[in-house]
Ligand binder design. Structure first.
Ligand SMILES: Nc1nc2c(ncn2[C@@H]2O[C@H](COP(=O)(O)OP(=O)(O)OP(=O)(O)O)[C@@H](O)[C@H]2O)c(=O)[nH]1
Ligand SMILES: [Mg+2]
Length: 366
């Protein structure tokens, strides 16, 4: 039996099994098996050429956004609107057949936007170009899930399920569970507080199934589920990515519907056709990326505000140094900071100081 068939079999069994206290343990084990098989399916070596590898587009700019969605929702229309790249637009499905990169210029940053082929249900199992699209999405800093506002609400959940199945976790952080494999000593499983959904028995059975016989587990979150635990075991196959849900074609829906969509979290609405809300979508994407613009300044000279250094949210002065020059940290003495991160201006800081958007920094070297 092939991996796909085994997956089908387990999925069938899970569907047949009623969810209740008595079956919880059995279902948990099945989930563990399923996660392992799905990861196998994505291994390029076991499933033949090209599987699990993305399109051959090199990363460029300060961040990458992937446009993911069903066919004909308006992904290419959006790319053509916000970048100088023209990607073919048509009323029929599967107009776009490969990854088309464009560059969005925003506040001094260059953001690569990847227009991808539409995906369909079953994409995670390799239907259509699904697997390639998903691999490309995995390499992005933000997924823009483009949805058709005129279509049924389920489309969003269907797409999410496809991304979930290949290990993409949207707008989530890794579970608060510590797991460390050991050479010997058996399993040591501890909970910081009584677990609501997990049990020592379930955890040890899943660990045995994964042949992790010697390890230490510390569950720090009482609300952690079996899915969370599996994510921790499979952490090399999991990717936590931010997602902005973008509903297009709002020119075709009622005001009430529009209002309810716009209120959902991580959601923006637009009409590419009427050029409505497109720039708001871009602003929202920028916020979600949480990139910071930092301006460097030489002593006695005004900073150049047309040349921003782009760093990730949470970056420190040390990260800024790395961005300027590979060896700059070695000769670093201190930095002077003007802006939101400074308690008084200029503030004299060290490498560990966290920077804020639009800070001005002067680096003083030995
Ligand atoms: N009514 C309406 N139609 C739109 C809007 N944006 C795009 N369309 C139309 O939707 C159709 C599909 O647009 P595309 O941009 O090709 O869609 P896609 O998501 O790239 O499709 P694939 O490449 O097949 O996955 C085209 O006929 C567009 O003119 C919009 O805001 N409102
Ligand atoms: Mg397209």
């Amino acid at each position: 039996m092939g991996v796909s068939e085994k997956i089908k079999e387990i999925e069938e069994e899970m569907k047949r099994t009623q969810k209740n206290k008595a079956t919880e343990y059995h279902l948990g084990l099945l989930k563990g098996k399923l996660a392992r098989l799905r990861a196998q399916l994505l291994e390029p070596t076991t499933t033949g050429a090209g599987a699990g590898t993305g399109f051959d587009v090199s990363k460029s700019g300060d961040a990458r956004i992937a446009l993911v969605g069903f066919p004909s929702v308006g992904k290419s229309t959006l790319l053509s609107k916000i970048t100088k790249t023209k990607s073919e637009v048509a009323a029929y499905s599967f107009t776009t057949l490969t990854a088309i990169p464009g560059v969005l210029e925003y506040g001094g940053a260059e953001i690569q936007i990847l227009d991808l082929p539409g995906i369909i249900e079953g994409a995670s199992e390799g239907k259509g170009r699904g697997r390639q699209v998903i691999s490309a999405a995995k390499t992005s800093d933000l997924i823009m899930m483009v949805l058709d506002a005129t279509k049924k609400a389920e489309q969003r959940a269907l797409l999410e399920a496809e991304l979930e199945a290949v290990g993409i976790r949207l707008n989530r952080t890794p579970p608060n569970i510590y797991l460390k494999a050991k050479k010997a000593g058996g399993m040591k499983i501890t909970f910081t507080s009584p677990p609501l959904y997990l049990s020592e028995k379930l955890i040890s059975s899943i660990l045995r199934d994964y042949k992790l016989l010697n390890c230490e587990v510390l569950v720090r979150d009482e609300a952690a589920t079996v899915d969370d635990f599996i994510d921790v075991i499979m952490k090399d196959h999991r990717k936590y990515i931010k997602c902005l849900y973008v509903y297009n074609k709002i020119d075709c829906i009622s005001l009430e519907h529009l209002d309810s969509l716009a209120r959902e979290p991580h959601t923006a609405v637009m009409s590419c056709e009427l050029d409505l809300g497109v720039m708001d979508v871009v602003d929202r994407a920028w916020e979600e990326l949480a990139l910071l613009r930092v301006y460097t300044k030489r002593k006695g000279v005004q900073p150049d505000f047309s040349e921003a250094l782009i760093v990730r949210g949470g970056s420190t002065v040390g990260d800024v140094c790395d961005q300027v020059h590979r060896n700059l940290k070695e000769s670093f003495r201190y930095a002077l900071v003007w802006g939101k991160s400074a308690v008084h201006v200029p503030q004299r800081v060290g490498l560990g100081h966290s920077v804020c958007d639009e800070d001005v920094i002067s680096i003083v070297t030995k």
